[in-house]
Each structure stands twice: as structure tokens, then as C-alpha cells.
Write a protein that binds this ligand. Structure first.
Ligand SMILES: Nc1ncnc2c1ncn2[C@@H]1O[C@H](COP(=O)(O)OP(=O)(O)OP(=O)(O)O)[C@@H](O)[C@H]1O
Ligand SMILES: [Mg+2]
Length: 304
């Protein structure tokens, strides 16, 4: 459990992120109500390998560093978020599959991680069979939403999470629809590569369908460009194109391609723990600040 973790509280964390940025950040905490409600953000993109899991792990860690209580829900049978946070397969006695099939309560399946204030519900390969098993059930699209309701009835010792980050599989299947039906907003990681925008309109159409049928309050939180390579002209062109197409929905923060980010999961650690000072860690801390600032805007104008 003990890790070398320099963040001891909200103010310390914000101070650190300012130092690491080399620029002043608005203190997002100062403008949030003291008891902000829980927010559920689904990290979704049906394209594989675009940085969903990396963003779930490291945005989650950065939010926890800023003082938020964060729960990651691993909804991918690959279980990469669970492995990347050091939860080995043998210890996953209860998983998202058990929760969604109704054999375990959500709180029973929560694991602590080595990062203070960051918890996870791990997944196993069983999850790949869920869709067939619940296909005929009336509440099949609301399994996650109903399971998350358990967090409202916290036993005295339970943690009151301020952020739930749902790591989706690379598919627009029923599991992803469960995430969208349970979420307040969708966060879309988009890789800086030639086909970045391919598939985005299909994703946005699915979000719109879920909004019209299952979850009227659903919004797009934002699009985060990942694996940006400054030495590659194409990366810059992709950023320009995506900003032109999606406008203010694109976060200012761009996550650079950084070998430390890709090494960290093999040690079962978020990059912020593996190498706090690398450019990948700095970027995820900036993204966390931006996400909190956007929360304020979204909550003020829910139609966005
Ligand atoms: N900023 C980065 N710099 C370098 N490598 C990265 C970065 N972000 C992600 N990667 C690497 O890219 C690969 C894909 O990332 P990741 O697993 O997060 O994508 P994903 O969208 O969750 O994939 P899947 O669709 O399979 O779930 C991983 O090997 C990861 O380590
Ligand atoms: Mg993934």
C-alpha cells in the first residue's frame, strides 16, 4: 500500500501542479461547492488502443491527487485498468461481471489501490459473456446505473466518491451502453493519428441515441487528444482538424506520447506514481484541473 506519494491534501496538490506546470492555474476547487455531487464520467471510444484505459488510470490518479475521492469501474473484459493499477487476477474475487449480473453488490467488489483516494472495481474475462446472459432482461441497459445507486446508501464506513470513471471496452456494445446510461457525461480519448476522426460520428450518434432513450441528461464532457508526437507533423495537423471539427469540446490539454506513460502499467502503477515529473504526468495533472473546471461549466449549463 505505501507509495512515494507527495500529495497530502487539496492545497498541497494544487500547489504542486502549479509548480510542475510552470504557470498559474485557476484554483478550480475554490469555485466548486464544498459537497459537490458524485459525477460519473464514461471513457468511451469504440476504436481500440486510443488511450481510454491510460486516461482512466492517470486522470483518476490526478483527480485523487487534487483531493477528489475517485472510483474507477473497469468495464473492459481485458481488465487493463485493473492490471495497470496493480490488482492481480487472483485477487479479483468480485468483479464488474458479478456486479452487473447481480451476484455482488458494488461495494463488495471495490479494491483499494496504492494511490490514496483512488479505488477500483476490477474486471475479469467473464464480462465478455455478459451481453448474451442479460440480453433478454428488461433492465439490461441499466445494470450499471442501478449498481452505482448503492453508492448513495453509503454504510457509515463507506467512501463518498466525488468521481466515478468508467473504462469502456473498444466497442459500442451493451456494456458500453450501460456505461452511457449510467454516466453524467462522456469523455472521449482520441489518438493523434491519421484516422482519428474516423468513427467519432458513430460514437456521437450512439451518445445521442442514449440521450434520447435511456439517459436524457447525458452530455459530452470533452475530447482529449492523446499520444501527441511533436516531432510528427501529422500530429499537429490532427490536433488542428479535431479542434476545427469539435470546437470547444476539445480540452486544451493534449497528452503527449511519452514512453514513461507506456512503461508504467507493466509495474502496476499509474504514471504519476512511476514518474511524477515526466511530461505525461504533468499533462494528466493539467487535464484533471481542466475536467474539474468543465464540471462547473456543465453543471451550470446542463444542456451543453
Ligand atoms: N501518452 C502515451 N504515450 C505513450 N504510450 C501511450 C500513451 N497513452 C497510451 N499509450 C499506450 O498505447 C496503448 C493503448 O493505450 P490504452 O490501453 O490506454 O488504450 P485503450 O483505448 O484503452 O485500448 P483498448 O481499446 O484496447 O481498451 C498502450 O500500450 C498504452 O501504454
Ligand atoms: Mg482499454
Amino acid at each position: 500500500m505505501p507509495v512515494l506519494w507527495p500529495f497530502s491534501g487539496r492545497n498541497a496538490a494544487l500547489a504542486d501542479s502549479k509548480v510542475m506546470d510552470g504557470r498559474e492555474e485557476t484554483d478550480a476547487r475554490a469555485v466548486m461547492p464544498a459537497t459537490a455531487p458524485r459525477r460519473v464520467l464514461a471513457l468511451a471510444n469504440q476504436k481500440g488502443g486510443v488511450g481510454k484505459t491510460t486516461t482512466a488510470i492517470n486522470l483518476g490518479t490526478a483527480l485523487a491527487a487534487i483531493g477528489e475521492q475517485v472510483l474507477i469501474v473497469d468495464l473492459d473484459p481485458q481488465g487493463n485498468a485493473s492490471t495497470g493499477l496493480g490488482i492481480d487476477r487472483k485477487s479479483r474475487r468480485r468483479s464488474t461481471y458479478d456486479v452487473l449480473i447481480g451476484e455482488a453488490g458494488l461495494r463488495e467488489a471495490i479494491h483499494e489501490t496504492a494511490v490514496p483516494r483512488l479505488h477500483i472495481v476490477p474486471s475479469t474475462m467473464d464480462l465478455s459473456g455478459l451481453e448474451l446472459e442479460i440480453a433478454q432482461e428488461r433492465d439490461r441497459a441499466y445494470r450499471l446505473r442501478n449498481a452505482l445507486a448503492a453508492l448513495d446508501y453509503a454504510p457509515a464506513a463507506g467512501v463518498a466518491y466525488s468521481y466515478v470513471l468508467v473504462d469502456c471496452p473498444p466497442s459500442l456494445n451493451l456494456v458500453t451502453v450501460n456505461a452511457m446510461a449510467a454516466a453524467n457525461a462522456i469523455l472521449v480519448p482520441l489518438q493523434c493519428e491519421f484516422f482519428a476522426l474516423e468513427g467519432l460520428s458513430q460514437l456521437l450518434k450512439t451518445v445521442e441515441q442514449v440521450r434520447q432513450t435511456l439517459n436524457p441528461g447525458l452530455t459530452i464532457h470533452g475530447i482529449v487528444l492523446t499520444m501527441f508526437d511533436a516531432r510528427n507533423n501529422l500530429s499537429g495537423q490532427v490536433v488542428a482538424d479535431v479542434r476545427e471539427f469539435m470546437g470547444s469540446k476539445v480540452y486544451d490539454t493534449v497528452i503527449p506520447r511519452n514512453v514513461r506513460v507506456s512503461e508504467a502499467p507493466s509495474y502496476g502503477k499509474p504514471v504519476l506514481v512511476y514518474d511524477l515529473k515526466c511530461v505525461g504526468s504533468e499533462a494528466y495533472l493539467r487535464l484533471a484541473t481542466e475536467v474539474i473546471q468543465r464540471e462547473r461549466a456543465l453543471m451550470g449549463h446542463p444542456a451543453n
